[in-house]
Design a protein around this ligand. Sequence first.
Ligand code: FAD
Length: 402
Amino acid sequence: MAQIIVAGAGQAGASLVAKLRTLGFDGQITLIGEESVPPYQRPPLSKAYLMGDMEMDRLLLRPERFYRENDIDLRLGQPVTALDAAARTVTVGEDILPYDQLALTTGSHPRRLPAAIGGHLKGVHVVRTLADVDDMAENFRPDRRALIVGGGYIGLEAAAVAAKCGVQVTLVEMADRILQRVAAPETSAYFRDLHGGRGVQILEGVGLERLTGDDRVTGAKLSDGQALDLDFVIVGVGIAPATQLAEMAGVALDNGIATDEYGRTSDPAIWAAGDCASFPYKGARIRLESVQNAIDQAETVAANMLGAQKPYVPCPWFWSDQYETKLQIAGLNTGYDRIVTRPGEKPGATSFWYFRGDELLAVDAMNDPRAFMIGKRLVEAGKSPPADVLTDPAADLKALLK
Ligand code: FAD
C-alpha cells in the first residue's frame, strides 16, 4: 500500500492530509507533530485566545476523531528527528517509518533574543504555540508592565491585548517605523495613532540594548538611553523557516525549503508547503507566512502528490485584529511606488491602495470589508482602477469589477 508521511501537524499538515482523503487517496497516511495538541489555528493566539475570549477547543482545526474516522495515523508529542532521503525513512522516537512520498510542513521558529542580552531570562516570551501563550497568560493583568520587542503584526496584536487587559505597555521598534517591512507609512501611522490612543508607548527607531534581571527579567536598557522597569517581555521579531529536516535530506534551500511551482523539492519524493516553503512567483522566489497560503499550498501539494501536475498560484490575503480595528490585506505590495487613500463610510474606516505605476498590487483595508473584498477581486482579476475613482467616496467600487 502507498505510504505518505506528513511531517509537521499544523495548518498546512492538517490541510494536506484532509485533502489527500478528499481526493480519494486510499493508502496509508501518517501525520506527525511535535506539539502534543492536534493541529490548531495560530491567529487567535495573539488575538481572542490571548484575551481569554476563546476556548482551547475552538482553536482545533478539526476534532481529534476526524483523523481516526479518516484513517489518518496522527502521532503527536514527538518530533521527526531524522530523515534519510536515500532510504526514504523518517525517525520518530524509536520508530523508523518508511515512506513513498513525504511532505514537510514544519512551519517556522520564532526568532529569539540572544542570551547575551538577556533573552534566556524567565519572563521573556515568544508567541508561536499554544504553550507559549498559556505560559504568558497570567501576566495579562492591570498591575503589570510589559516591553514588546518588535512592531510587526504579532507584536502589535500582543500590545493591543495587553493594553486592553490594563497592562502598561512599551513597544520598541528598531526600524524607523512600525510595520516597515510589510506596509506603507500610511498603515504604520494608522496603527501608531490607534495604539497611542490606548496608552501604548510606541518607540520607533529605538532598539533594545539588553534585558536586565538575575533569573527573571526585571528591566530593559534601550538604545536611546532609557531604562525601563518591567514584569515581562514579548519578543515579536519575526520567524525563521523550519528547515532542519530538509537539511538532513540534502534538498535545496533558498529562503526556506525551495520547491518548484508544484510544491516539489529537489528530491522528487519530498514536497513542502506552508511557512517553511519558498516557491517561484512572478519571476521571483517568495515565501508567505499566512493561513491562506498554508491551506492553499498544502491542498495543491496534496493534489500533485497524487499526480495532478497543478501549479500553485497564490491569492495572498491576510488579516490582523487590534482593539476594535480589523485590518484586511489583499495582494502583495512588493515594489509599490504610490499609495492611494480611500476614505471609508464609517468612522475609523479607510483603505490604502498600493500601485506600481498604474498597476494595482495590494490593498490594506481598516474596518472596511467592502473595500477589502472588492480590492481582493480586482487584484486577483489583474484589474487596476483609476485613482480618482478610488479617492471618491461616492464612487461605486463594485462597478469596477464589471
Ligand atoms: P504551523 O502552523 O506553525 O505548523 C507547523 C507544525 O510543525 C508545528 O506544530 C511544529 O511544531 C511542527 N513541527 C516542526 N518541526 C517538526 C518536526 N521535526 N517533527 C514534527 N513536527 C514538527 N496568519 C494569517 O493569515 N492571519 C493572521 O492573523 C495570523 N496571525 C498569527 C498569529 C500568531 C500568533 C502566529 C504565530 C501566526 C499567525 N499567522 C497568521 C500565521 C499563520 O498562523 C501561519 O502562517 C500558519 O500557521 C502556517 O502554517 P504551517 O502549517 O506552515 O506552520
